[in-house]
Design a protein around this ligand. Structure first.
Ligand code: XCC
Ligand code: SF4
Length: 633
C-alpha cells in the first residue's frame, strides 16, 4: 500500500516502510488482501444464525428476498445489529464486573488494592442511597457491593438500581414508556442472544427496541459502573501534563507498553515500574519508560500522566520500532498479529487474562491475588529483554506532542469553580447562551483501517473548534487528537474567537499560565460515562432533558462492537450520534430509517451517518444550531 496514504500521523510512513523492508505485514496490508470485501456482509444482509445458512438477501431486488427460514432483509439486519450491540455491552459489563470483584476484595481486606478516593466513594454511596454516617470505609464498600451485585441478580421487572440512581427522571419515563428499561444486565445479554436465534423475533421494531435496551445495559452496567469504581480504587483524574506519539519511546530506557483496557493491570505495572527503577539501572538502562496503547493507555494517562505511544491502528507499528522491550496486554482491541510481529524483534509479548491467550506470547496469569507478584515478574522480564535489544533494528520517530489531559467531570467543575464558586456550571452555560460556545461535541471511538488513520478525527475536530464548538473526547479518538496537538494549550489558536476567550478565561482563573486546550481529554471508552454525567449535570441545571441540549456525539472511525453499543446508549440518552463509517444495516432501508430518523421522535436521539468529515461537521453544526433555536438561543 502507498505508505503516505495510510495515515495522517507523521510517524507512520517511515515505520511502515521499515516494516515492509523487514518483511512484516501489518493491518494495512491485510486489509488490502481482503479486497473486495463482501457486499452482503457490508450491508448486513448475511445470516449465519443457523446451519441451514448462510443465507443472503439480494439488495438490488433481483435475487432472493428472504433467507431459507423466511427471514427478510429487515429481520436479518436488525438481528445482526442486536447481536453486535449485545457483544459490545458484554465486553463493558465484563470489564466493570472485574472491577466490582476487586472492590469486594478490598472490603474483605486484600492488600493488592485499596481505596484511593474517599470523596468519590462517598459520592457514589450517596447516589445509591447508602447512609455513610458512622460507617467505616469497609462497611460502606461492603454495602455498595451488595447493592450492585443485586443488579446482577434481580428478577422479574425490576430495572437496574445503578441505572435508576444515575438517570434523570425524564429519561427514565421515556425509557419506561418504550419498554426498554433493562433488568439484570447478564439476563438482558442472554435474552438478546436467545431472541436472535433461528425462529425467534421477526419484528424489526421489537429487535431495535431490544437493541436500545442493550445500549442502556452498556451505558450503566458497563461504562458508568466501570468508571465510578475505577475512580474509587485508583483516584478521580485531575489535570496532568504528558506527551503523545511514538516519539515518547526512549533509546536508553527499558520501554514497556501497556495495551488493553482494565486499569487493574496497568496501574500495577506503573507502580512496579517505579519501584524497580534501580534494577533497570543496574541492567544498564537509564530507567524504565512506560507508555500506553488503546484505552488502558488512557486510564494511566489520565491518572498517572503516563505518555501515550499510539492508538489502535498503529499498535503493530509500535513494535516495529524495535525499541519496545515488552508489551503487556489484558483484554480488548489486541490484534492477534502482535505475537508474530514481536517474534521478529527482541520484544516480549505478555498476555495476562484467561480469556485472551495468543499463541507465541508468554502468559503470566494476573488476578487480585497475583497482582503484585505478576507485575514484578513482568517488569523484570522487560528489564531482561532490554539487554537483548538490537540497536541495529531500532528506529524511534522524533514526533511527539504536548498533552494536557485529566479532565474528569470533577476536574472540569473544579476549574469552572474558580470563576464561580457557588454555581460552577453557570460560567459554562452563560458562555453557551451568549454563543461564545456554540455547543459541545464528544468525539469518541476507534480507528478503522477503512478510514485513513486519524484523518477523520482530526479534520472533523478542526472544523468544529473553528466554529466555536467545544470538543470533549475519549478512546482512540482522544489519542488521534492528542498526537495531532489538539491537547496542547497552544492549539487554542485553531479555535474561533468565542471559544478562545472562554478557554483563556478558565486557564487564567486557574493560574495555568495559559488557556485550557480546545479539546478536553475525558478518558477511556468506559469514561464516555463522564461525558454522560456532564450532559446530565448541564441538563439538570437548566431543568431540561439531555435531548434538548446543543450537543452531539461522533464516532468518526469506529470499528469495535463496543462502539456500536456505546453509540446506542448515547442515542438512548437523547443525543444525536454521528458515525463516520457506514454501519452494517444499510441493506434494510426500513432499519436504516428507524435508526437515522424515526428514533428521534421516540427517544430524542438518532444516528447520523456521514462519511465525509467536512459534511459531517456541517451536519453536526446544523443540528446544534437547531437545538439552540428550540431553546431560544
Ligand atoms: Fe479499541 Fe478502547 Fe475502539 Fe480504541 S476506541 S479501538 S474500542 S481501544 Ni475504545
Ligand atoms: Fe438462513 Fe434463517 Fe438460518 Fe439465518 S436463521 S441462516 S436466514 S435459515
Amino acid at each position: 500500500m502507498e505508505r503516505n496514504k495510510l495515515s495522517v500521523d507523521p510517524t507512520i510512513p517511515n515505520i511502515y516502510q521499515k516494516a515492509r523492508e523487514e518483511g512484516i505485514s501489518t493491518v494495512f496490508d491485510r486489509y488490502e488482501a481482503q479486497q473486495p470485501q463482501c457486499g452482503f456482509g457490508l450491508t448486513g444482509l448475511c445470516c449465519r444464525h443457523c446451519v441451514q445458512g448462510p443465507c443472503r438477501i439480494d439488495p438490488f431486488g433481483e435475487g432472493p428476498q428472504a433467507g431459507i427460514c423466511g427471514a427478510t432483509a429487515e429481520v436479518i439486519t436488525a438481528r445482526n445489529l442486536l447481536r453486535q450491540v449485545a457483544a459490545g455491552a458484554a465486553a463493558h459489563v465484563d470489564h466493570a464486573y472485574d472491577v466490582l470483584e476487586v472492590l469486594e476484595q478490598i472490603a474483605k481486606g486484600t492488600e493488592s488494592y485499596s481505596i484511593k478516593d474517599q470523596e468519590k466513594l462517598k459520592q457514589v454511596a450517596f447516589t445509591l442511597g447508602i447512609d455513610t454516617a458512622n460507617k467505616t470505609e469497609r462497611e460502606i464498600v461492603e454495602e455498595m457491593c451488595q447493592i450492585i451485585y443485586r443488579d446482577f441478580a434481580n428478577s422479574g421487572a425490576t430495572p437496574m438500581t445503578y441505572l435508576k440512581a444515575n438517570s434523570p427522571q425524564e429519561r427514565l419515563e421515556t425509557w419506561e414508556k418504550l419498554g426498554v428499561l433493562p433488568r439484570n444486565p447478564d439476563r438482558e445479554i442472554r435474552e438478546a442472544l436467545h431472541q436472535t436465534t433461528m425462529g425467534m423475533d421477526a419484528d424489526p421494531v421489537n429487535l431495535i427496541l431490544k437493541t436500545i435496551r442493550l445500549g442502556l445495559v452498556d451505558g450503566f452496567a458497563g461504562l458508568k459502573l466501570a468508571t465510578d469504581l475505577q475512580d474509587i480504587i485508583f483516584g478521580t483524574p485531575q489535570p496532568v501534563v504528558t506527551e503523545a506519539n511514538l516519539g515518547v519511546l526512549k533509546e536508553d530506557y527499558v520501554n514497556i507498553i501497556v495495551h488493553g483496557h482494565v486499569p487493574l493491570l496497568s496501574e500495577k505495572i506503573v507502580e512496579w515500574s517505579r519501584k524497580l527503577e534501580d534494577e533497570a539501572k543496574k541492567a544498564g538502562a537509564k530507567g524504565i519508560n512506560l507508555a500506553g496503547i488503546c484505552c488502558t493507555g488512557n486510564e494511566v494517562l489520565m491518572r498517572q500522566g503516563v505518555p501515550l505511544a499510539t492508538n489502535f491502528l498503529a499498535q503493530e507499528l509500535a513494535i516495529v520500532t524495535g525499541a519496545v522491550d515488552l508489551m503487556v496486554v489484558d483484554v480488548q482491541c489486541i490484534m492477534p498479529s502482535l505475537a508474530e510481529i514481536a517474534a521478529c524483534y527482541h520484544t516480549r509479548l505478555v498476555t495476562t487474562m484467561p480469556i485472551v491467550r495468543i499463541p507465541g506470547a508468554e502468559h503470566v496469569p494476573f488476578t487480585t491475588e497475583t497482582a503484585d507478584t505478576a507485575s514484578q515478574q513482568i517488569v523484570r522480564m522487560a528489564i531482561e529483554s532490554f539487554q537483548k535489544r538490537n540497536p541495529a533494528k531500532v528506529y524511534i520517530p522524533r514526533e511527539k506532542a504536548k498533552v494536557v489531559a485529566g479532565f474528569s467531570v470533577e476536574a472540569i467543575i473544579k476549574a469552572l469553580a474558580k470563576l464561580n464558586p457557588e454555581e460552577p456550571l453557570k460560567p459554562l452555560i452563560d458562555n453557551i447562551v451568549s454563543g461564545n460556545i456554540l455547543g459541545v461535541v464528544a468525539t469518541v471511538g476507534c480507528n478503522n483501517v477503512k478510514v485513513k488513520h486519524d484523518w477523520f478525527h482530526i479534520e472533523l475536530v478542526k472544523e468544529l473548534i473553528r466554529n466555536n464548538v467545544l470538543v470533549v473526547t475519549t478512546g482512540c479518538s482522544a489519542h488521534a487528537l492528542a498526537k495531532a496537538g489538539f491537547m496542547d494549550p497552544a492549539a487554542v489558536e485553531w479555535t474561533g474567537e468565542g471559544l478562545k476567550a472562554v478557554l483563556t478565561a478558565i486557564g487564567t482563573a486557574n493560574d495555568l499560565g495559559g488557556p485550557l486546550p480546545p479539546v478536553l481529554h475525558m478518558g477511556s471508552c468506559v469514561d464516555n460515562s463522564r461525558i454522560g454525567d456532564l450532559v446530565i449535570a448541564v441538563a439538570n441545571y437548566l431543568k431540561v432533558s439531555p435531548k434538548d441540549l446543543p450537543v452531539a456525539a461522533s464516532a468518526p472511525e469506529y470499528q469495535h462492537e463496543k462502539a456500536l453499543s456505546i453509540g446506542t446508549w448515547a442515542v438512548a440518552m437523547g443525543i444525536m450520534t454521528h458515525l463516520g463509517v457506514v454501519p452494517p444495516v444499510a441493506g434494510s432501508p426500513k432499519v436504516t430509517r428507524i435508526l437515522t430518523q424515526d428514533a428521534e421522535a421516540l427517544i430524542g436521539g438518532k444516528f447520523y451517518v456521514e462519511t465525509d468529515p467536512y459534511k459531517a461537521a456541517a451536519g453536526i453544526i446544523e443540528h446544534i444550531k437547531a437545538k439552540r433555536a428550540l431553546l431560544n438561543l
